[in-house]
Design a protein around this ligand. Structure first.
Ligand code: FES
Ligand SMILES: [Fe+2]
Length: 360
């Protein structure tokens, strides 16, 4: 395997985020990558081109031709290789340059002509790339999306470009109090707030929140999706560095899980891959028809508030947050991400478990 060990450019986000680049990030949905058309993706300001070789294996190469540095993603795929759109230098799925048209048909490939290939894993309908030192890729595994392919569960992905730094996006995805305002009437209603209890647990690389509010409900959970009137249980989880998982369950057999993986494109911009996964028994087919429109409205409401917050953070030159007891969750997220952003230096945030209460 070719390595992507040495920075080609030190000034891109990938090399300015402490240890946050030492992770797997989603670069594409599996369905976006084929052997017909190159797929361009950007992760931590590193441009990538993805495609499949003749066996169907996905590959991710640096999106830059060795010759005069045109973007390979503008080129063509043939025989499992990618041809540069400018002068036709052609690279196989390992990044080796196999054809240089100007050197003639019999020219032997030169081994040193090779574009970097990124470690890649395809699972749960997603294509993950490792953005750190290639030698570290095997030390971690990409996050497993819950219930993917499990019997009884249905799932679909939503792709959403968001303004925002990943820390602020994680906070939004893990935030309950905003639902009555940003999603008023769609998710929870403003003016009907109730006191809720929750436990917040921070481990070395995760934050787990369990809510205790037996009479809570969310927008669409009426007769259709919860016909037995079961009590809803609600947990929110954050997994370093960029995944959130929100579970609503009604008993053992009905549930709705929102899993979001945030791929930073640049400092204030991200592509968010959200899996909507649900188990509603015989109602699964109708939920599959109705839910996408509903979840699109709700996610777009979050997009709008993140445009607002991101612009204001820039306008005022960064975060000066105030916190309430409900924000123990957010401060826990910030502490883990800030520690990694600082290169993992200094004392690691200590694990704790705490009961909090707030109105939502
Ligand atoms: S720039 Fe790619 S072949 Fe010349
Ligand atoms: Fe939201």
């Amino acid at each position: 395997m070719s390595t992507a060990t040495l920075p080609e450019r030190n000034d891109i986000m990938r090399w300015k985020v402490g240890t946050l680049h030492e992770n797997w990030y989603v670069a594409a949905l599996s369905t976006q990558v084929d052997d017909k058309t190159p797929f361009a993706s950007v992760v931590l300001e590193e441009p990538l081109v993805l495609f499949r070789d003749k066996t169907g294996r996905a590959t991710a190469l640096r999106d830059r031709c060795l010759h005069r540095n045109a973007a390979l993603s503008g080129g063509k795929l043939f025989d499992g290789c990618i041809g540069c759109p400018y002068h036709g230098w052609t690279y196989d799925a390992n990044g080796a340059c196999v054809i240089v048209p100007s050197e003639g048909p019999g020219a032997a490939p030169k081994v040193e002509r090779r574009v970097d290939r990124f470690p890649i894993v395809e699972q749960d309908g997603l294509v993950w790339v490792y953005m750190g030192d290639v030698d570290n890729a095997a030390l971690k595994a990409p996050f497993r999306f819950p219930h993917s392919g499990e019997e009884g569960w249905s799932s679909y992905f939503m792709l959403t470009p968001f303004d925002g730094d990943a820390t602020d996006l994680v906070e939004n995805f893990m935030d309950v109090p905003h639902t009555a305002f940003v999603h008023s009437g769609w998710f929870r209603k403003a003016g009907t707030a109730k006191r809720a209890e929750a436990t917040v647990e921070r481990t070395c690389d995760a934050v787990h929140v369990e809510y205790f509010q037996p009479d809570d409900s969310i927008g669409f959970t009426g007769w259709l999706l919860n016909p037995d009137g079961k009590v809803m249980t609600h947990t929110d989880r954050f997994f370093m560095p960029n995944v959130t998982r929100v579970d609503y369950m009604w008993g053992e057999r009905r549930g709705f899980v929102i899993t979001s993986q945030i791929t930073p494109i640049g400092p204030d911009r991200a592509m968010v891959y959200t899996a909507i996964t649900f188990r509603f028994g015989v109602f699964n087919p109708i939920a599959r028809l109705l839910l996408p429109a509903y979840t699109r409205v709700v996610i777009n409401q979050d997009v709008a508030i993140m445009v607002n917050q991101t612009a204001n953070l820039k306008r005022y030159g960064g975060r000066r947050f105030n916190s309430t007891e409900a924000d123990v969750i957010h401060r826990s997220i910030e502490s883990l991400r800030d520690h990694a952003l600082a290169g993992g230096k200094g004392a690691h945030p200590a694990s704790f478990s705490k009961r909090i209460s707030f109105w939502m």
